[in-house]
Write a protein that binds this ligand. Structure first.
Ligand code: 5AD
Ligand code: FES
Length: 360
């Protein structure tokens, strides 16, 4: 068995190295976190960038086995925020100097939806004098749709692979053409080709998932050369098929800790990418997101969806801040970020350094 301190000196990690880092405990675990922190400080500095999160709609055409807003779940109300409310939220983000937005929604592939998003993107660009950066997370679409949205002003796209292990992917999704691993990969490739800063991510602590799978996820992200990552712990939702396996899961605290280790190892492997501190971390630990910012993450996504809809965007249980208005959220975040030893990069897009360096 190698020493963790020796692994951390290597310029390139093997899969076995990563497995060992993910399994590290006590002092070894601290070494991993310290190394990630050091690299973040060197490569990114201590600036944290905001993405005001707008959860546009929870109407979804997919039926993922883990997800609370899956099509087959009839136990909650579906909503679609009006254009006016989206623009109001964008204006709020602009005035508060957030720098950027993320627009997220359940997955819909239709001309009506596509055109609506295209128009909203143009309007947001206009109302902010081109100042707001826009990330979108709107699922699998055709290359033409991705290109239209890019031309309309979105410049970053987040599409999680969920798991880079095709077999595991197929265990957590229905087996049909609407949930295809290959299509997910094709979409990621086309986003990259079009010129988006491309982000992906996985869930951590899924049923059937091994440490080897997670190490492969990190290698997948490295080999795909992603620009951004958003990954978080899996949190079982009672109205989903995967809930059946709840007794086989790691305890929540362990999933939380493993997510921190995944973030730290990814930071060491991909030094200059953007890594988001997932909201799901806060669902487990009230200071979860701050802990991630301390050891490698540099992006945070305060929710600016109008309050009344937030309860219904329930991908997993115990989602934080669903009963606070955006103004409250921001105030509490300022303090939290200071606690994590970081500063807020106000009024900046906070683009992926990795993406910019590739272009040089
Ligand atoms: N636990 C944690 N994350 C989840 N997501 C969906 N359902 C869950 C869950 N139960 C994540 C998926 C998806 C993103 C929008 O939310 O990774 O891509
Ligand atoms: Fe649609 Fe989760 S099943 S976003």
């Amino acid at each position: 068995m190698q020493k963790v301190s020796e692994i951390l000196q290597k310029p390139i990690f093997s899969k076995e190295d990563i497995v060992q880092l993910l399994k590290s405990e006590n002092n070894d675990r601290q070494l991993v976190f310290a190394k990630a922190k050091e690299i973040k400080e060197q490569e990114i500095g201590n600036l944290v960038h905001f993405r005001g999160l707008i959860e546009l709609s929870n109407i979804c055409s997919k039926d993922c086995y883990y997800c609370g807003i899956r099509k087959s779940n009839k136990n909650f109300a579906r909503y679609n925020i009006s254009d006016e409310q989206v623009l109001k939220a964008a204006e709020f983000a602009y005035k508060e100097n957030y720098g950027s937005l993320v627009i997220q929604a359940g997955e819909i592939e239709s001309e009506k939806f596509t055109n609506r998003i295209e128009k909203l993107l143009q309007q947001i660009k206009k109302l902010s004098n081109n100042k707001l950066g826009i990330t979108i997370s709107l699922g699998e679409q055709t290359p033409e749709v991705y290109k239209n949205w890019f031309d309309a002003g979105a410049h970053r796209f987040l599409l999680r692979i969920e798991s880079s292990n095709k077999e595991l992917f197929e265990k957590i999704h229905p087996k049909n053409r609407n949930h295809s691993f290959e299509r997910r990969l094709e979409c990621l490739k086309s986003l990259k080709e079009i010129g988006y800063q491309t982000g992906t991510g996985v869930m951590i602590g899924l049923p059937f998932q091994t440490y080897e799978d997670l190490a492969d996820d990190i290698l997948f992200m490295r080999d795909f050369d992603i620009d951004m990552c958003g990954m978080g712990p899996f949190i079982e939702h009672p109205d989903t098929p995967l809930f059946e396996f709840k007794d086989q899961l790691m305890p929540l605290e362990k999933r939380f800790d493993l997510t921190l280790k995944m973030i730290a190892v990814l930071r060491i492997v991909m030094k200059d990418i953007n890594i988001a501190s997932a909201t799901a971390l806060q669902a487990i630990d009230p200071m979860g997101r701050e802990k991630a910012l301390k050891i490698g993450a540099n992006i945070i996504m305060p929710n600016i969806t109008p309050e009344k809809y937030r309860d219904d965007y329930s991908l997993y249980t115990n989602k934080p801040c669903t009963d606070e208005e955006p103004e409250q959220c921001k105030g509490c975040l300022d303090a939290r970020i200071a606690i994590s030893g970081n500063e807020i990069g106000c009024n900046e897009w906070g683009d992926s350094k990795h993406f910019k360096r590739k272009k040089l």
